[in-house]
Ligand binder design. Sequence first.
Ligand SMILES: *[C@@H]1O[C@H](CO)[C@@H](O)[C@H](O)[C@H]1NC(C)=O
Ligand SMILES: *[C@@H]1O[C@H](CO)[C@@H](O)[C@H](O)[C@H]1NC(C)=O
Length: 370
Amino acid sequence: LESLLLLVLWLATAEKGLHMQKVGSGSVRAALAELVALPCLFSLRPRPGATREAPRIKWTKVRTASGQRQDLPILVAKDNVVRVAKGWQGRVSLPTYPRHRANATLLLGPLRASDSGLYRCQVVRGIEDEQDLVPLEVTGVVFHYRAALDRYSLTFAEAQEACRLNSATIAAPRHLQAAFEDGFDNCDAGWLSDRTVRYPITQSRPGCYGDRSSLPGVRNYGRRDPRELYDVYCFARELGGEVFYVGLARRLTLAGARAQCRRQGAVLASVGQLHLAWHEGLDQCDPGWLADGSVRYPIQTPRRRCGGPAPGVRTVYRFVNRTGFPAPGERFDAYCFRGMCEDHGMTLALGLVPYPQKLPTSNPKELSLM
Ligand SMILES: *[C@@H]1O[C@H](CO)[C@@H](O)[C@H](O)[C@H]1NC(C)=O
Ligand SMILES: *[C@@H]1O[C@H](CO)[C@@H](O)[C@H](O)[C@H]1NC(C)=O
């Protein structure tokens, strides 16, 4: 039997010796600030004459989430040396190289939203050249939350609760750091999950200094007494449904907006859900009611009279000092949320709960089929 195997092996070497094991079409999904493994597996048969010739492994980023072509080099591994391109240092590695030569899986993280896109793994040995493509989708979004009452009015416990009521959890420092690295700038001190209070500053300015006075960074007040009062940073992970805009000719009060969503088999969206929908591409320059009684709207493409030069979810405050939710009798449009039932693609009517409950985490592949 052994000699038969050797014969098969010998015959095989006459053909292609390098073969990529395609991982399949499914994209890799992972949450913001997590580590992710982008799989790249191949098989190598020894070639007669060229014993133990090591393949060259190359990873590049081919396309960003917005569809732009990039072809950015990430790393190259050859002769037991891994060279990482500038801009990726400290965030990528080949964990099994060179121990397992046929496994070129790339470890990437902590993930940023801007890491979403298409990655190419290329393996070259002599004249043999194989490649595979791995799409990566980074889910989740960090947002600043200020209570209805006033700026800096949440204890640590209230901050946790405020995030929970908005389909999110209180953000961990690594979430805020990842958002900062993608350009998140917010000059309001907010609670984080480790009971520290921080805020991200990409452009240091008087009154809004980064961590080392004039340099950009996440300013950190350290661990605080949980009774102290601040805003909060929340992290929303998965939408598990759809957010849609309702604009009627006659605008709606808060109660009217709640009723209108219910008539459409939905509920008013939470702040976390609107941010997730924005992250997935929702763009609507019309302020609308949300479940917490705030009024906001999502902007992808900044334009005149849509609230400033950067993309983001805008908030309509009652006072010019950016505090207070609008009075419930004022009239706006509405943003509604409809949950998906993963088994049948049925609509879940969540109309009787004041805030949408956290949906069971669904299989993203099944969801995307519907
Ligand atoms: C390849 O390496 C990755 C990262 O270490 C590991 O998780 C995976 O199980 C390996 N796959 C195989 C088939 O060895
Ligand atoms: C903002 O203005 C409102 C109304 O004038 C006031 O009640 C509130 O205390 C102010 N908040 C801050 C932080 O200045």
